[in-house]
Design a protein around this ligand. Structure first.
Ligand SMILES: Cc1cc2nc3c(=O)[nH]c(=O)nc-3n(C[C@H](O)[C@H](O)[C@H](O)COP(=O)(O)O)c2cc1C
Length: 242
């Protein structure tokens, strides 16, 4: 299937055919493909919980207000973001960059290029991703605004801004997963209509974890009409400059 065909096949499916099981290994493979999605600073601060257990599926269906997109699905994938992994991911990225530099460049360039990565993953990223509440958060914001008087800086540095950063990347991962599923002829529905506290409790997730999206998975019912895709005119969204 071409990318275009996979995009056209993908619809938000709310009624799955309960007589058509999924190949769980195929779902897992699609999740592996989803790791190819880009993430901000390559921080990969997401996790996927692939749920096949019937009891857990029932709990999640209830947490999702009983939506049929959840309750009729044979399997669910819960995408979660992990701000609490930022330090360890920054360290892992720095180690990977050090190795990549040694492989890609002659020895005389190593120090210069490694220093750059050390500044980025060793100082800037931990500074930006650190959870800073209250006064410390305000100080970080003030510092950025001050430096920003003299040079371009990343302006969105509050806790809430960094939640956006994480969920943005996670959404790209979820979309990559849904397209991979589509390419396999499987169906999905992305959902944010759920009680995140109940979802976290069902999955035994720690306080710091945030549920980004649930993607239900299955095979669409052939006898339930989907209806036309509804999209606003492209001209309202497309702005060509230059
Ligand atoms: C972030 C996000 C959250 C969504 N949440 C829900 C949801 O809770 N329940 C639902 O039935 N559909 C949900 N949808 C599906 C959208 O309603 C659907 O994608 C949209 O109507 C377009 O239809 P299409 O995907 O078939 O093109 C969600 C989609 C996105 C991207």
């Amino acid at each position: 299937m071409s990318i275009q065909a996979a995009l056209e096949h993908r619809r938000a499916i709310r009624q799955y055919d309960e007589t058509r099981p999924l190949d769980s290994e195929c779902v897992k493979h699609c999740l592996e493909l989803a790791t190819l999605a880009p993430t901000s600073s390559n921080m990969q601060l997401w996790e996927a919980y692939h749920v096949t257990d019937p009891t857990l599926l029932r709990h999640l269906g209830r947490a999702g207000f009983g939506q049929t997109a959840l309750t009729s699905a044979p399997e669910l994938v819960v995408f979660v973001v992990r701000p609490d992994y930022a330090r360890r991911r920054a360290k892992a990225n720095l180690a990977a960059q050090r190795e990549a530099i040694r492989k890609a460049y002659p020895e005389e360039k190593w120090e210069k290029y490694t220093k750059r990565q050390e500044t980025y993953y060793g100082k800037l990223v931990p500074f930006l991703y650190a959870r800073c509440f209250g006064l410390v958060g305000l100080l970080r914001k003030a510092l950025v605004q001050l430096v920003g008087l003299f040079t371009p800086v990343p302006r969105q540095v509050s806790e809430a801004d960094y939640d956006v950063v994480l969920h943005k990347s996670c959404a790209l991962v979820a979309q990559t997963f849904m397209l991979a599923m589509s390419e396999q002829g499987y169906d999905t529905c992305p959902l944010e209509g759920f009680d995140s506290w109940r979802v976290k409790r069902a999955l035994h997730l720690p306080y710091a974890a945030q549920v980004s999206m649930i993607v239900s998975c299955g095979v669409r019912r052939a006898d339930v009409p989907l209806g036309e895709r509804s999209r606003i005119p492209f001209e309202e969204q497309y702005h060509r400059l230059g």
